[in-house]
Design a protein. Sequence first.
Length: 341
Amino acid sequence: MTSRSLTSIEICAGAGGQALGLEQAGFEHKLLLEYWRPACEILRANQPDWRIEQRDVREVDFTEFREADIDLVAGGVPCTPASKAGKQLGASDSRNLWPDALRMVEEVRPRAAMFENVRGLMDDKFTTWRQETLDRLEELGYKDAIWKLVYAADFGVPQLRPRSVLVAFRDADDRDRFVWPEPLTPAEARVTVGEALKDLVSANGWRGAERWATEVANTIGPTLVGGSEKHGGADLGPTRARAQWLRLGIDGIGLADHGVAPQEDWPENAPFKLNVRMAARVQGFPDTWKIDEVLRKTNAYKTMGNAFPPPVARAMGLAIRDALVPDWVRRNEHEAKEGAA
């Protein structure tokens, strides 16, 4: 029975959604890279023991990890080149970091790699781009990589949030053992926005929270859109997304500084705004993850609003872990069992 830690390196770590989920799945982070200072502040405030570096991935030499036998390299490679909110310039976009993600694979030679991106990357217009990526991985010895969509709502997150996820393995045996994670939440039992937020929206004494949660916000939400470093702001997304949020009784034009006022009941045609903590809950972050305590509202929302939800990252991490080490058990679990014997 193996009780060692699995190791990982992550680029474009953002607010830490993927890193947190992978840690919960048993991965020990040897390096987290993030270019944007506010995101690094979030990471350091929550995990001061992680090795976090504010650097441009294009300037990083990963060969120092070549002899470290890293189990996984991962990253939320910037979605802008494929995002429908942008110009979808793909590989020609100056913000395209896929070449550097592949360079990291080449320099580190990890046992597995996982990269996530927006749903738009699966569009037909990017077929050639995706195939070139798969071909390059095969040249590096990572054959039969898997590229699929995963929906956050299937893993207990109260929003649809489809993401494209690429998983590749160096060894054929590991690849053969890999099983794509099955939805943990049946479609008919998905966590609704009302269920997820009822305690937060009622925290100030709003008596209409129960009716809002059961009669108005009784479905999952649309995908949160966090904007980018230079564009977008503290709102819930473009016009179409805001219209969907409005049907759930939520005003998507901006975020609140505080919670919902202590009104008597649900005021018809009077939607309220989410605050950063509510939006973080919609993203699947635990309430213990410091976000609005670290940054002002707009940057706090931007860093968190683009995250890979931790529950989804955890599910993917567990599937990769089980493929890499079928008899793996977390060290603390192993020691606890020995101490009880």
